[in-house]
Design a protein. Sequence first.
Length: 138
Amino acid sequence: MIVIAGMWELGWNTPIKEIDLWQYPLRDFGIDDFYMVPISGIKSKKVKEKPTLKSVIEENKNLKIIFVTEGGEYSLQEFKHPENALYIFGKTNYSPFNNMKIKDSISLKIETKLNGGMLWGHQAASIVLYDRMVKEWR
């Protein structure tokens, strides 16, 4: 089972427009569930909105929790994806979960030339899911 959780940017765009940036790549990679926080009030069958990341984690506590952040402990290049995972993405240049301590969770980083943490959540999700797919094919 593959579950994705992200955070609305809530500043540069509205959730009703931003959801398209998330949903189409996620659909193509065949994820099982898609969550966004906080609750924006949009009406969509494509996303489950929750008030906090902790509520998403609680609902998916049977999955391996993977925080994707610029300060991650493991590099995506070397990472072996677990079969069942909840991947959590922050906002552009903002990772509120850097200080979240969840037992047995993993923090993962996507290395870039500058390592400035300037990927949008939907971009980072696409990169991670592509990496997962390619490694499964090997």
